[in-house]
Design a protein around this ligand. Structure first.
Ligand code: MN
Ligand code: MN
Length: 474
C-alpha cells in the first residue's frame, strides 16, 4: 500500500489469475501428467515439419480421419477429414452441424522451427575433416548450436522421384554430429572480444560429419569416405544432395525439468506445442460441433509464412472451398468470402514466460507466468503494434467466455515491454481473409533455443482452451 492510496495487488483483484498448481485437484493433476507424457512422446518423433505432419496424419487416421481428396460428399456432420499439402502442412477438420458457408472455427499453429539447413552443395573437406555447410533457418542465436550434439533429418529426392528419408542422431545407438566451438584458451581475439552477433558468424556453423580417410592417395579422401557411406547406407550420390532437404536439429530428447518435474524441456516447442495441443483437442472431440472445427498445422512461419506451404498461400482457401463444395457443389466466390468473414480463428503460437534472470524485458502487470495457463494475446508486433492483428474486443469477449465456461486456466499478457523488441505470428494472414483472429499460446522460456521450456499445466490447458473454443464459438 504505497502512498496510502487504495493500491490493490492486481493478482488479488483477479483472483482467478494465480499459479495453476494452487487451483487444480489431484485428478486434474494426473490428467496433466498423462497429457504431458503423450506430448513428450509426440515431440520425440516430430523433429522436423515433415515428421510432424506425417505423425499428425498417422494419429488422426487412427481416430478415423479420412483424406478429403477421397471423400465424395455430400456434407455429413461428424465426418473427420484431412487435407495434406506437400507433406509440410496439413489441415484437419471435423464437419459441423452447420455447412462451411456459415464459417468454421480454426486453430492454426506452425510446425516449422528454427534449425540449420544443409546448403545445396554441403559436403567439403578441410584439414582432413569432412564438414557440411549450413544455412540457418529462422531466428537462431548462433552460439546455441556449437559444441552440442546434433542430428540430421530430412529427405533426398533422386531424379527418378525416389524419396530417401534420412534420420541420424536421435536413436541411442546413432552417432551424432557436432559444430566444435573454439577453446577459451585460444578464443580471446577471434571470439571473446567480439559482440555475440559477431563471435560466431552464421557462415561458421559448419557441421563435422567425418574424419577418416578412405585411403592415403586420392584427393579429399575423408569426404570420399563419407560419400561412400552415404551411397552404401542410402543409395545416394553427391549429385543427389542437390535435390535434398536435410535439416540439422538438436540431438536432444524431451525431458522433465526441475526436481518437481512440472516443466518440459524440448526442442521446437515453438510451435509444435500449440500444434499438438490443437490436434489433440480435435482428435478428442466427443460431440459433433455446431460449427466445423479445423486445425491447421502450417509451415514456414519462422521465415515469414511465404511459400505454398505457409499461411500466406492459397492452399487454405483451396481447403475451405472444398469444404463449401461438399454441401454446395456450385458456389460463387461470394460464398468463400462470406465463409471467411464468419470464421473465428485462434492463432496458436508460443509467447515468452517471465524468467527471473531476465525479467527486465517484461512489464510485469502484462507479462506471462509459467503455470498460469495458456496466454491470450490481443496483439503482437513491434514499434507501436506494427504488423499486429490486434483482436477486436467483441471477439475477445467471446473467447474469454468460452474459456471460463469450461473452467480453462488461462492468462492474458503481451510479449514484452513496449519497444523492447517484438515478434509476429500468422494471425494477420488469417485476418487478411476476413476472419476474426486472436493470438493464444503456451509461454516458454528460451524460445528459439535448442531446449525450450514449457509448463505441463500450461500445455494441458492449451488443449482445454482449444476444446472450449471448438465447443462454444458460434
Ligand atoms: Mn512461433
Ligand atoms: Mn518462432
Amino acid at each position: 500500500n504505497e502512498g496510502g492510496a487504495c493500491v490493490v495487488n492486481f493478482e488479488e483483484l483477479m483472483i482467478n489469475w494465480k499459479n495453476g498448481h494452487l487451483k487444480v485437484d489431484e485428478a486434474t493433476l494426473s490428467e496433466i501428467e498423462s497429457f504431458a507424457k503423450d506430448y513428450m512422446r509426440f515431440m520425440t518423433v516430430a523433429k522436423t515439419e515433415r515428421e510432424t505432419v506425417t505423425q499428425a496424419i498417422k494419429e488422426a487416421r487412427e481416430k478415423g480421419f479420412r483424406n478429403l481428396e477421397e471423400l465424395e460428399g455430400p456434407w455429413t456432420a461428424g465426418e473427420k477429414v484431412y487435407f495434406e499439402n506437400r507433406k509440410k502442412s496439413v489441415v484437419f477438420a471435423v464437419l459441423g452441424e452447420k455447412p462451411a458457408t456459415e464459417g468454421v472455427n480454426i486453430v492454426v499453429a506452425h510446425v516449422d522451427a528454427p534449425r540449420l539447413d544443409l546448403k545445396p552443395r554441403p559436403l567439403k573437406e578441410d584439414e582432413q575433416i569432412a564438414i557440411l555447410e549450413t544455412h540457418y533457418y529462422g531466428g537462431i542465436k548462433n552460439f546455441h548450436w556449437v559444441s552440442t550434439p546434433l542430428a540430421l533429418h530430412g529427405v533426398v529426392v533422386k531424379t527418378d522421384g525416389t524419396v530417401v528419408e534420412i534420420s541420424v542422431g536421435d536413436k541411442d545407438e546413432d552417432p551424432v554430429l557436432i559444430i566444435p566451438d573454439i577453446l577459451p584458451h585460444l578464443g580471446r581475439k577471434v571470439q571473446m572480444s567480439k559482440t555475440m552477433d559477431e563471435a560466431i558468424p552464421g557462415e561458421s556453423l559448419d557441421v563435422v560429419v567425418g574424419s577418416v580417410p578412405l585411403n592415403d592417395e586420392e584427393k579429399e579422401p575423408v569426404k570420399k569416405f563419407i560419400l561412400k557411406l552415404l551411397n552404401d547406407n542410402y543409395g545416394i550420390t553427391e549429385a543427389d544432395l542437390l535435390s535434398a532437404e536435410l535439416e540439422v536439429v538438436p540431438a536432444l530428447k524431451p525431458r522433465e525439468v526441475g526436481l518437481d518435474r512440472a516443466l518440459i524441456g524440448a526442442y521446437a516447442q515453438d510451435d509444435r506445442v500449440c500444434g499438438y495441443t490443437a490436434l489433440r483437442a480435435l482428435l478428442d472431440l466427443t460431440e459433433v460441433p455446431e460449427k466445423t472445427a479445423v486445425v491447421i498445422l502450417a509451415d514456414k512461419e519462422e521465415v515469414g509464412s511465404m511459400g505454398n506451404t505457409g499461411m500466406r498461400s492459397a492452399f487454405i482457401d483451396n481447403f475451405l472451398s472444398k469444404l463449401i463444395a461438399l454441401s454446395k457443389p456450385s458456389f460463387s466466390p461470394l460464398d468463400l468470402y462470406e465463409a471467411w468473414n464468419r470464421t473465428k480463428v485462434l492463432s496458436a503460437d508460443v509467447t515468452a514466460a517471465v524468467d527471473p534472470i531476465w525479467k527486465s524485458v517484461h512489464e510485469m502487470q502484462n507479462a506471462a507466468r509459467m503455470h498460469y495457463g495458456p496466454v491470450l494475446t490481443k496483439y503482437t508486433g513491434s514499434r507501436g503494434k506494427g504488423g499486429a492483428n490486434d483482436a477486436h474486443a467483441e471477439f475477445l469477449a467471446q473467447v474469454r467466455d468460452a474459456f471460463d465456461k469450461e473452467g480453462v486456466i488461462w492468462q492474458m499478457a503481451e510479449l514484452g515491454k513496449v519497444d523492447e523488441g517484438g515478434g509476429g505470428t500468422v494471425a494477420l494472414f488469417m485476418a487478411d481473409r476476413g476472419a476474426d483472429v486472436v493470438d493464444i499460446g503456451v509461454a516458454l522460456w528460451g524460445m528459439h533455443s535448442l531446449f525450450e521450456v514449457s509448463s505441463k499445466l500450461d500445455v494441458y490447458y492449451a488443449y482445454k482452451a482449444d476444446q472450449a473454443f471448438f465447443k462454444h464459438l458460434k
